[in-house]
Write a protein that binds this ligand. Structure first.
Ligand code: C5P
Length: 324
């Protein structure tokens, strides 16, 4: 019997999915500046990948390839760099790491791509440094990094409350067939929330957000039974008006998808990515073709959901190319 301890890997790869909020109900602004949310997250099969390689003690380096790579910061503001630093501080180690990120999720697109990179980095560094962080602690570190990072760890579908970090698994029958339309520009999440607040301040007091909005039972039932028609009719995003106010061209994108037969059309999170739910892969291709012909749309992708949360990629199945 071989009792030798397996050698510590020099390099570990993890992958994490992007998300669509099929319900995003925004409640009151809290004293800490965040908004109370009731959201239903759905992870979709569009993943970023992070390879973590041992580096000199205390060092965190990052390189990025793939979609929009040039738009991703490579300094200490990069959420993956912050994730590596937070894990290092949590364990009081000075282990070093070089992170190599392959982007497929649009940058500042409302699909939590930076959060996916942070979640994948937590898993990859935890395995690389052999720090064996229990899942509850990983979740706590993830919520410190950002409201969407815990869901990127969890994946599939979940009800999110608090500022989005308090999660409960939701049953979902898939696959659900989505079309994503990436816009030419970005939207910064804080700017979209600020616009949401500005628009609500103009409304009468009784039309202002409730402290903690309820989850929509019809939407939860549609997810549970895999009823795409009912889900399409129930899609709701309270940030959509603010995203459209900052980026009016999105209204045309939503109209094109709806006219091409989508069951439901919605801005994803804080935008500007738009998501269209369709009946099957054929319908998805037809909606994708209509959107691709629009000059307001930079790129179109078809994706299925739900998708698995952040996980390690065994060495033999690692991608060999950064092309998307
Ligand atoms: O948590 P995260 O860093 O991803 O949030 C980015 C920004 O989005 C926050 O600084 C805040 O402006 C806004 N936000 C919010 N309420 C939430 C989540 C995010 O106001 N529940």
């Amino acid at each position: 019997m071989n009792t030798a301890t397996p050698p510590t890997p020099r390099s570990v790869t993890a992958t994490a999915p992007g998300k669509i909020n099929v319900q995003l109900s925004v409640g009151a602004r809290r004293p800490d500046g965040y908004h109370a949310l009731t959201t239903v997250f759905l992870a979709v099969a569009l993943h970023d990948t992070v390879t973590a390689t041992l580096a000199a003690p205390g060092r965190t380096a990052v390189t990025v390839i793939g979609t929009d790579a040039q738009r991703v910061p490579t300094d200490a503001t990069n959420l993956a760099v912050r994730a590596a630093q937070l894990l290092r501080e949590h364990h009081g180690t000075d282990a070093g790491v070089a992170l190599h990120i392959t982007k497929r999720i649009p940058v500042a697109g409302g699909m939590a791509g930076g959060s996916a990179d942070a979640a994948a980095t937590l898993l990859a560094c935890d395995a690389l440094w052999n720090t064996r962080t229990p899942p509850a602690q990983l979740h706590a570190l993830a919520s410190e990094l950002g409201s969407d990072v815990p869901f990127a760890l969890l994946g599939h579908a979940a009800l999110g409350q608090g500022r989005g970090e308090i999660l409960a698994d939701l049953p979902v029958i898939g696959p659900l067939h989505w079309v994503l339309a990436f816009a030419h520009s970005e939207l910064a999440t804080p700017a979209v929330y600020a616009e949401h607040d500005r628009l609500h301040a103009l409304r009468p007091t009784d039309a202002r957000p409730r402290p903690q909005p309820p989850a929509d039972p019809a939407l939860l039932a549609a997810l549970k039974t895999g009823d795409a028609t009912a889900l399409g009719a129930a899609l709701v995003n309270d940030l959509q008006t603010a995203a459209l106010s900052l980026h009016p061209a999105l209204a045309a994108t939503l109209r094109i998808g709806a006219a091409a037969g989508a069951l439901g059309s919605i801005v994803s999170g804080s935008g500007p990515t738009c998501a269209f739910l369709t009946t099957d892969t054929r319908a998805a291709q037809s909606v994708a073709r209509a959107l691709a012909a629009s000059r307001a749309v930079r790129r179109v992708r078809t994706v299925d959901g739900p998708a698995q949360g952040a996980h390690l990629v065994p060495p033999r199945t690692r991608p060999t190319s950064g092309r998307t």
